[in-house]
Design a protein around this ligand. Structure first.
Ligand SMILES: [Zn+2]
Length: 168
């Protein structure tokens, strides 16, 4: 069976002309369960969102994803970058993409730095104590986002897993 060549299909070509585009672009259909709306993106940046733990996923590098954005989780004074050993067990979780939207959480979680081995951070090695302290003290969220692409995260390319079930 041969498929029709839609680039030669007049109704589509005239439709494309009416849309004002002469290119065969790549369109990803908007799917609200997978893609953030503009409002959600803005909320993540400005005041954060409350979501169920089951709505979050982790990527193979352990960082956290909500729909198609990497996110942070607020946890008291700390915030998490990754699915670490100190993840909050409470529901719902307050997630955000900026410091301003983290509900007062201002310190990066050390267990996350350990999990990511961020910039060689390793608090378990005594000989690296000074260095690890320096990584912690100089941590910058802006720099983190430049190293871990924030948005968009492709649901096709980037393998993701459900968060480990909390131990109760
Ligand atoms: Zn953490």
């Amino acid at each position: 069976m041969s498929l029709p060549d839609f680039t030669e299909f007049d109704p589509f070509n005239s439709l494309r002309a009416r849309m004002g585009t002469d290119r065969l672009g790549f369109f990803e259909l908007f799917e609200p369960t997978l893609h953030l709306t503009g409002i959600e993106r803005s909320d993540l940046d400005q005041q954060g969102l409350s979501v169920a733990r089951s709505d979050l996923r982790s990527l193979l590098d352990f960082t956290l994803v909500y729909k198609n954005s990497r996110v942070l989780i607020a946890d008291g004074h700390n915030y998490h970058l990754a699915e670490c050993d100190a993840m909050p067990l409470s529901e719902p979780l307050h997630i955000a993409t900026s410091l301003a939207a983290l509900a007062g959480a201002s310190r990066v979680c050390q267990a996350c730095l350990q999990k990511l081995q961020y910039q060689g951070y390793d608090a378990q090695k005594a000989r690296k104590e000074g260095y690890s302290r320096q990584v912690l003290d100089s941590f910058s969220l802006t720099r983190f986002w430049s190293e871990f692409h924030k948005y968009p995260i492709s649901e096709k390319r980037d393998i993701r897993k459900s968060l480990t079930k909390s131990v109760s």
